[in-house]
Design a protein. Structure first.
Length: 205
């Protein structure tokens, strides 16, 4: 009985998260309320408050669905020795994200919410700080791969692994923003992986 109750609670929580994604995408985060989300999820407002104390906490739950797997995937591809050289590991890691965006509509919607449907002011100012912290975390993982590439004498220039990692992260962040905004796919989406490969090839000897 207890197990069934926990399962039902988790299902309700997931319905609320899915409803919030739909509402945020349609209305924008600032113009969405917990009442809107409760209505979309077909639950009471009290049920929403049972799982999430406010809209910011709900936004975090949505964001974690893409950010945490991204960081885990980078752990798998960038921080470990593998059969591929470190520059190829960086390239594959970035291309994997683009490929998943192409194939996963939920992921695309969450990136759209984060990048063009949310104003990071007032209670969401703390969310922006956490995004910056995650960016630093990702840059560190990319730097580890560049450090291995430097040790293997694969780099074509004298820039430090830190500088190269920061440049790659800023390049990819900008590409993601433009990818998300390119709704008809006529400008960036169709050539995103080629741009990534060119970016990495500029670093090779």
């Amino acid at each position: 009985m207890v197990r069934k109750t926990k399962e039902n609670a988790e299902l309700t929580r997931q319905r609320i998260i899915d409803a919030a994604r739909t509402v945020f995408l349609a209305r924008g985060v600032s113009r969405s309320t917990l009442e809107h989300i409760a209505s979309q999820a077909e639950v009471t407002r009290g049920a929403v408050y049972w799982h999430f104390k406010n809209k910011t906490e709900l936004f975090h739950a949505i964001r974690d669905k893409v950010v945490l797997p991204l960081i885990d995937r980078m752990d798998d591809t960038l921080t470990l020795e593998g059969s591929e050289d470190p520059l190829t590991q960086i390239e594959n890691s970035l291309c994997d994200t683009i490929n998943e965006l192409n194939e996963n509509i939920e992921m695309r919607q969450i990136y759209e919410i984060m990048m063009i449907k949310c104003e990071y002011v007032d209670e969401f100012a703390t969310v922006l700080q956490q995004i910056l912290n995650n960016c630093a975390n990702i840059t560190e993982k990319i730097q580890l791969a560049y450090e291995r590439a430097q040790t293997q004498n694969l780099l074509a220039n004298a820039y430090t692994p830190h500088a190269l990692a920061l440049d790659t992260h800023l390049f990819f962040s900008g590409l993601l923003h433009m990818w998300v905004k390119d709704f008809d796919g006529s400008r960036f989406r169709f050539q995103a992986t080629d741009l990534i490969k060119s970016h990495i090839n500029l670093r090779r000897k």
